[in-house]
Design a protein around this ligand. Structure first.
Ligand code: DGL
Length: 266
């Protein structure tokens, strides 16, 4: 492993682009390769074995590109495939799932009530609740799956045409319960954080994990002496497994011309 190598980041679609956006702010010198698995989107309701298979193929793709660090910028893959990815690639590069940094951040919220929303797979796995109460059992966790959100975000984020009826229906259950924090347990959800905010009680604080994850990545690279200190502007290499106009437009929306887009099937 060498500090000049890239960081590989993946998600099923556009959610992880937001993670990269925040990562670039804190680590402008790093070379980043992104993989959006648009062919297999959504991950949230596919069998766990499939999520492991997709995650393994994408991680192998990053290993072939000599990445020094791989980020599973997808809560579903982090919940279902991280252990398997760790077993396979741990000796070849650093690996980060995006659930653990958030768990360690919120575990300091003594006696608070947290509602977690995420995909069917993430919520079914119960990963957030199990990990949080293991660190602090004074915290009360309630989890709800909001499976339609990923599709309306993929379809409507770029054109600013989020389907309001589906959004409202998806959040219906969490509108009339009492809690202190809403944890966005899917990397797609921060893309519509402002719209979600309008539908929940004003006193509830939203936990958007992007900043927490970026700081965690910075620290991990620092501890391992793998921070790239060479000041140089790098183009972000973005790969996607199926042509999707909305994905491409969203990538341009985040990074302008500072990207190289390539279709690559895994
Ligand atoms: N953005 C992903 C997550 O954080 C995956 C969503 C999906 O593909 O269903 O869970």
């Amino acid at each position: 492993m060498n500090s000049k190598e890239s960081i590989g980041v993946f998600d099923s679609g556009i959610g992880g682009l937001n993670v990269v956006y925040s990562l670039k702010k804190i680590l402008p010198n790093e070379k980043i390769i992104y993989f959006g698995d648009t062919k297999n989107l959504p991950y949230g309701n596919k069998p766990p074995i499939k999520i492991k298979e997709f995650s393994t193929k994408i991680s192998q793709f990053f290993i072939n590109k000599n990445c020094k660090l791989i980020v599973l910028a997808c809560n579903t893959a982090s919940a279902l495939a991280y252990d398997s990815i760790k077993k396979q690639f741990n000796t070849q590069c650093l690996l980060i799932n995006i659930i653990d940094p958030v768990v360690s951040y919120v575990s300091k919220f003594d006696k608070k009530k947290i509602t977690v929303i995420g995909t069917k797979n993430t919520i079914h796995s119960d990963t957030y609740r199990k990990k949080i109460i293991k660190l602090n059992n004074s915290i009360k966790i309630r989890s709800y799956s909001t499976p339609e959100l990923v599709t309306i975000i993929e379809n409507g984020f770029f054109s600013n045409s989020i389907d309001k009826i589906t959004l409202n229906k998806s959040l219906n259950e969490i509108q009339n319960i009492d809690y202190d924090y809403l944890l966005l347990g899917c990397t797609h959800y921060p893309l519509i954080e402002n719209k979600i905010k309008l539908l929940i009680n004003k006193k509830i604080k939203i936990i958007n994990s992007n900043k927490i994850i970026s700081k965690y990545i910075h620290n991990k690279l620092f501890e391992n002496r793998l921070l790239n200190n060479k000041i140089k502007k790098h183009i972000i290499e973005i790969f996607y497994s199926k042509h999707d106009e909305s994905f491409i437009n969203s990538a341009k929306f985040f990074f302008g011309n500072n990207i190289k887009l390539t279709k690559h099937e895994i």
